[in-house]
Design a protein around this ligand. Structure first.
Ligand code: ISE
Length: 352
């Protein structure tokens, strides 16, 4: 079978990380094109990845992949006959149009979260995909591919601990850029735990309350950071989430599930404990690329393998839509200071 020829849209932090992953670590796929409004950035990345690793002066093929083209307009990349499948790592506001173009050209796509910016546009994407009669969209909720989260899911699903009653989640970033405002904390960060709660409970979120304690004094842009969300599942279970994106220390993501006959915690970061200079401890990862590197590798490899079989293997457009509906309600809760019911269509009505 031929290698899957991949085009990546957006080569900022995550897109560049995926580009390197596809070129250096993923089998059965080749990176053939990138697109980014920052052309010098796209050119530099394409050039560096078109060279074999470690040989800076030489140009030409890397892993037998050939040169990586830079295509200015993301819609041209999607339409390009040499691109079989697309990774969207552009900012969320660009996703709806790019996803619709992928559907129009029948291109399988791995789309970073959020699926789109709000409930309505996400539903339009779900409906357009459904009309095609084939799942082409997978959403980049990478926690589902992290070995620790996967083990937690397996344990909870086994029933060994009885029914799961509560989830306590912590999601902390070292810092974020000034452009990262209160709504983005919901739509781009909390959205991960929205998906985790839906996935671990295998249930929809019926109501969300987002509380904003007095913010840290260390952000200049007035963002409400940290935030504390309560997610009420349709079945009556509850998840709470602390999101704190200017924690200063490093990247920390934890999840504790409390069940009828025990609890289980992941994300303690207990790797190598060292003792030196009168102190003991370990390392806090700098960011999500370090913490979830393995999860991203597994996610992209499984997406490539599934795409070559004509399938998806991970969170669907529906999962992206459900998360968008919860985040839309979450932003309203943050603005109005009250719990907000999640408004979303019934799955059976949309997907039959
Ligand atoms: C970022 O976009 C991510 O997806 C990270 O996983 C998350 O921790 C971060 O808050 C987001 O900005």
């Amino acid at each position: 079978m031929q290698d899957l020829r991949i085009g990546i849209i957006g080569v900022g932090v995550m897109g560049a990380d995926h580009a390197e992953r596809v070129v250096r670590r993923i089998s059965g796929a080749r990176l053939v094109a990138v697109s980014d409004p920052d052309l010098p950035r796209a050119n530099a990345l394409a050039e560096s990845l078109s060279r074999p690793a470690g040989i800076a002066e030489q140009t030409g093929a890397a892993n037998g992949s050939g040169a990586i083209r830079v295509i200015g307009d993301p819609l041209d990349l999607i339409a390009d006959a040499q691109v079989d499948a697309v990774i969207i790592a552009s900012p969320g506001f660009a996703h709806a149009e790019q996803l619709m173009a992928c559907l129009e050209h029948a291109k399988p796509v791995l789309c970073e979260k959020p699926l789109t910016m709000d409930t309505e546009s996400s539903l339009r994407v779900v409906e357009a995909e459904h009309k095609l009669g084939k799942q082409l969209i997978q959403v980049g909720f990478m926690r589902r591919f992290d070995p620790e989260y996967a083990a937690l899911k397996e344990l909870l699903d086994s029933g060994e601990l009885g029914r799961t009653l509560l989830l306590h989640n912590v999601h902390r970033n070292k810092t974020v850029p000034d452009t990262f405002r209160s709504e983005m904390i919901v739509r781009d960060s909390l959205v991960h735990e929205v998906d985790v709660a839906r996935w671990l409970f295998d249930d929809e979120i019926a109501k969300i309350t987002v509380h904003a304690p007095k913010p840290t004094g260390l952000v200049a842009n007035g963002a409400l950071d940290p935030q504390f969300a309560i997610l009420e599942m349709a079945s009556g279970a509850i998840a709470d989430v602390e999101v704190f994106v200017n924690f200063q220390v490093g990247y920390e993501v934890r999840c504790e599930a409390v069940a009828e006959k025990g609890s289980a915690t992941i994300g303690l970061g207990v790797d190598v404990l060292t003792k030196r200079a009168g102190q003991w401890g370990g390392v806090v990862p700098e960011d999500y690329r370090a913490r979830f590197g393995t999860a991203y590798d597994i996610e992209v490899q499984r997406w490539v393998d599934a795409t070559r079989r004509g399938e998806i293997d991970g969170p669907s457009a529906w999962d992206g839509y459900a998360a968008a509906a919860v985040c839309t309600a979450g932003i309203q809760s943050l603005q109005e200071g009250r719990p907000v019911e999640v408004e979303m269509a019934r799955k059976s009505e949309v997907l039959g």
